[in-house]
Design a protein around this ligand. Sequence first.
Ligand code: ARG
Length: 460
Amino acid sequence: MKLWAGRFQKETDTLVNDFNSSITFDARLYRQDIAGSIAHATMLGEQGIIAKEEADEIIAGLKAILDDIEAGHVEFSVDNEDIHMNIETMLTERIGQTGKRLHTARSRNDQVAVDFRMYVRQEISVTISMVLELEKVLVKKAREHLDTVMPGYTHLQRAQPTTFAHYMMAYANMLRRDITRLEDCLERMDECPLGAGALATSTYPVDRFRTAQLLGFSKPTDNSMDAVSDRDFAIELTSALSILMMHLSRFSEEIILWCSWEFKFVELDDAYSTGSSIMPQKKNPDVAELVRGKTGRVYGSLVTLLTVMKGIPLAYNKDMQEDKEPVFDAIDTVEQCVPVFTAMVDTLTVKTKTMARAASGGFINATDCADYLVKKGLPFRDAYMIVGRLVNMCIKNGEDLETLTLKDFRAISSVFDEDVYQALLLKTCVNGRKVYGGPSRGSVEKQIESIEAFLEARAS
Ligand code: ARG
């Protein structure tokens, strides 16, 4: 018999029974549900709302249920609709009448809100620790490749020389923002909805500060209607996860390009790439492609949640049961992607020679050539025009700037001197960019130190 059967004269239609039930997916909240119930029972006992012995009996019963679930001895039932009613029903079956007192001054509305928050809180910490590991790998790669010159692109056209270290630190900075976004999310959701009841609290002398404290929240939520209606924390999480995945997807796209024969800037470890069933020569970057592809799922979760929430009046509506699967899927996806992505980056080999070769072609030092003239006193716009003409000349004759003779240079501008060749060296171009945030060795070392300090502050 259903916990709410009293008002009804007919059994629920079996189609409705299945349709309404969430146990197939919210069973994963069992730990949070039991922790929330233990805190609630503790508070009820302390406040004299139920007898102390009754609270103890309930708590012991809940602990035993937890052990049995963990040991795989419990089967949940669709008839009991969700994790909350499954556990409550089980409790009463086990300890009898006292079990029926647990739901005093509580509703499934505040119950699900607290369970879900606690689950999200736990998984945010797991995700953060995974992204921190990825940061460590990026720092390691950057340290190894401070002098590995490669082309930097705009419009996917060779633009200006940079280093692999500078490139890795670009991603490290994006991921640092991802981590702080997740931390912000944790901070904002640090309020306990328990005690809000269905929407308007209750007439019992419940102590919401006590349950908040028992469950590790800083304080109870300030408004009970908001407490049971709010799913911002889930939306913020999926939004932060979407941005994180967007970064991983861009990074994946680069790795996929860099693995191609056209680039050959990196080679993936055999353990992190796959072959083709028909083409024997293939070594495919499937991991990067899957991360890029799975980004769509996480975006999908965010859009689902925003759409579910956009039109529902306060307070709880059953629509909100649809909040869990997208959040679970987004979390599962990210927690699957980040470690495999980290291992893939950790084990890839950087083809420093190909990178250097690519950086030597395509007039990547043209800006530096113009800057050379500016340092000799020309206005930048005139210098730009002169180098444009030089590049045009090179393209016609199949040359690079550094292969032109001094005579060729001087034919366009008499300002050129022997020292132009030094100015055009890739190493000079990179290390001359000593500006804060730039690719010179010293600048990138500062960027690495900044990320290391960030990691240090979060080292457990
Ligand atoms: N299974 C429900 C959910 O996930 C729990 C809350 C049900 N509350 C209610 N008033 N029907 O949202």
